[in-house]
Design a protein around this ligand. Sequence first.
Ligand code: PLP
Length: 659
Amino acid sequence: MPGLSTTWTAADSTRLYGLDGWGEPYFAINGRGHVIVQPRGDRGGSLDLVELVQGLQGRNLSLPLLIRFDDILEDRLERLNAAFARAIAQYGYAGRYQGVFPVKCNQQRHVVEQLVESGRRWHFGLEAGSKAELLIALSLIDDPEALLICNGYKDQRYIETAILARRLGRQPVVVIEQADEIERIIRASRELGAAPFIGIRAKLSARSTGRWGSSVGDRAKFGLAIPDVLATVEALRQANLLDELRLLHFHVGSQINDIAVLKDALQEAGQIYVELTKLGAPMGYLDVGGGLGIDYDGSRTASAASTNYSLQNYANDVVATVRECCEPHGVPVPTLVSESGRAIASHFSVLVFDVLGTGSVPDAIPPLAESEPLIVRNLRETLAGITALAGGDGDLSGGQPGNPPVHQPGERLVDRLQEAWNDALKFKDDALSAFRLGYLGLPERAMAEQLTWACAAAIAERLPAGPIPDELRALKAALASTYYANLSVFRSAPDTWAIDQLFPLMPIHRLDEEPTRLGHFADLTCDSDGKLARFIGDGQAKPLLELHALREGEPYWIGMFLAGAYQEVMGNLHNLFGSTHAVHIRLAGGGGYQVDHVVRGSTNAEVLEAMEHDPDLLLERLRVASEAAIQRGELKISDARRLMDHLETSLRQTTYLQG
Ligand SMILES: *Cc1c(COP(=O)(O)O)cnc(C)c1O
């Protein structure tokens, strides 16, 4: 193919897929053209992702596979704590940082357990937003210094549970988010003769931007407006509970793109904090919520898929701004708490799925038939005219021997290509009209369509660099292939569908080979929204990704990266595609890896049961039906057995296609 270069290297792929922007320090490409994972970041050790997938397949774990690198989770925690430690040292901050992980970001047992284990060094805690999450947090946190932030709507039982958990040596902080919660806290405290640590979530007036912009401001769903904050302080004072008011909380929404938004919020919250201490509350903690963003496209801009700040910038701003608020008033600086979910959990899991096949336009050139109708001959000649043109450099000097191009001096290649495309479209329309009127048979119409697409492909191959008419540029997209992916977008990447989230997607092998196709992914569901058709590009998302042509008998594996936060729990059972297999991988000594946990994906039986179907009953009905068919002589016994075998095996297997 024209443009196919034999000098394509891993470095070209790194640039093409933006790996140098979003991948560092965890993902890179090795000399074999495979993606490698460096689970401990800069601290050494790497795994060849392709070999890892092969090893997992050898353990009977089929694709699609969610691979969780627990070392990355730990490294993210380490980086977050190190960034705050550096900022605290740099600004001479006379307080500490003590983060919590918001459980809603990824509630999977092994993930939360790993976080609690890795976070022990820093007394890292958990944030819960519901009773079930509270239960997870209460049972997993056994460090008396770790915080357990209780957000979300709370009924009496939730509040009493938090109060009683204090006796277990836990540190739950009940954050008042709604004005009516104060009554329940007072009642529960009277009844139990004990109080919880209390926090207040303030509704800030600072504006945010982007998708979660409405999480702050006067109409935000959560938090107390300033008059309610004051009324709450008074109510606590009267109930003798003001001494338990320890924490001020705010949350400006997920994925803060612009650091300026955070600064405004921090200044406002810092002043509220100071005022609360003046009102007599002991305070001691300022919880800046979540929102620490991920640079999905590596562009380092304030756009939706990026952030215009680094982790260190974030920590510096939190520390410096809070200090600036407290110092002039002689108020001791608080322990800083953050609830970063996305920033901790995005990198550690990689979804690898296989491509089942591709679909392209029918651009094969049909063999020359005897006495072809004029319309078909016209298209053939147009195609010959195009193939006689040289491509790429915009001049018309090259032609093929025996088929000399006829051209006027000064005529440009794009003009010739445009002219040829106009001809092709005209002849194709003629063919369609002739077909409708009955002058052209189905085989001739098929030939006309194939030749038109062949013209389009030949033109696309010859498009020179530089300005090109929109119509010709669109040909490349029209010729793009659909890559059929063995996954459900609704299960594994729901945010791409629900909120146009952009995740880095790329092949994990053949990266030392130039990708010669453009394509997007279609998933297994029977839903036209079930596709991945937005990819990270230079400056803005692009609808097509550079991909390789499939090779006969060889798998083609794609990785979806940075999707460890929110996707699993938001994923749904659309078309009854269930969870994929998930594995927890740890770097082992000596360059290898160990498989710490295997979490089997849902079987067909399980997804059926989730919809109240009884798999045994379904099987029994089919057994009865095949028995009747055997009686009628319509089904052989051996075929009946084969049918029942398939059904029984499918019930035990995952919902995805088996290679
Ligand atoms: C969702 C949420 C978070 C986590 O936000 P991230 O953007 O993932 O860091 C933190 N705090 C509260 C109150 C939340 O609702």
